[in-house]
Ligand binder design. Structure first.
Ligand SMILES: [Ca+2]
Ligand SMILES: [Ca+2]
Length: 245
């Protein structure tokens, strides 16, 4: 009986070892071929994401150091700019936003009114504006709400404010504002901004030129997307070349 028990244990061990070996995923086995890398291909529109942007009153948008959108209307009517983007992560987003303001008085409508700003953005990958973004003002006025003797203060915009490696670590975070505070026009409601927050620097009335920056490390919606950044360094899915004779 003892002999049979030892035999049974040995058989179970052998079968178990064989099963374990068989059950291993092929790429985990030493003799398996390396996993195939994705073949370079040309990007298609299905690889892009939609960017919806609304600014009171104007913006320019840089992604990874490249200019990708400029608001085509400086002042009114307030418009939504909707463009296609080919995303690449990490994604550095930098925005120059301006409230409509006379550069000498900080006011609008023939220097009779202090206008307010506001900026909101949503990308098809789930990227949205929020207080997690960095923000800094570069021009503000009329200082102290003094409309009788209006003065504007400004600091120069750094040359590389939109660059990926620009250091914004000392900047404050953006402040979120409600829809009621910004009071966007109807066109805003015709586009998808769900989950995005209106942002500006601290004073939505007096701060007239501001810069926002953020880095989106991975796609917020979790979708894995091919990176086409170095497309010009490869020959994507072209027909095989004829061998030279
Ligand atoms: Ca203003
Ligand atoms: Ca405005």
């Amino acid at each position: 009986m003892k002999k049979f028990a030892r035999f049974a244990v040995a058989v179970v061990a052998l079968v178990g070892a064989a099963w374990l070996s068989h059950g291993q995923a092929p790429r985990e086995r030493a003799d398996a071929p390396p996993p195939q890398t994705a073949k370079p291909r040309k990007p298609q529109m299905s690889d892009t994401i939609k960017a919806n942007v609304y600014a009171d009153n104007w913006f320019m948008l840089y992604i990874n150091g490249e200019l990708v959108a400029v608001d085509s209307i400086k002042f009114i009517p307030h418009n939504v700019v909707s463009v296609d983007l080919l995303p690449s992560y990490p994604m550095t987003i930098a925005v120059l936003a301006k409230d409509n303001a006379d550069p000498k008085t900080g006011m609008e409508y023939a220097n009779t009114n202090i206008g307010d700003g506001g900026f909101i953005l949503k990308f098809g990958d789930g990227t949205v504006t929020s207080a997690s973004w960095k923000a800094k003002r570069f021009s503000w006025g009329p200082v102290g709400h003094d409309t009788k003797n209006p003065k504007v203060e400004s600091i120069p915009l750094p040359d590389n404010w939109y660059a990926v490696d620009f250091d914004d670590s000392q900047w404050s975070h953006a402040k979120e504002f409600t829809e009621e505070q910004v009071n966007p026009k109807q066109t805003y409601f015709d586009y998808d901004f769900k989950g995005a927050k209106f942002i500006w620097t601290d004073d939505i009335d007096l701060d007239n030129t501001v810069v926002f920056r953020t880095v989106v490390k991975t796609a917020p919606d979790g979708k894995v997307r091919q990176d086409f950044t170095n497309l010009n360094n490869t020959v994507p899915d072209g027909p095989p070349k004829k061998p030279k004779k």
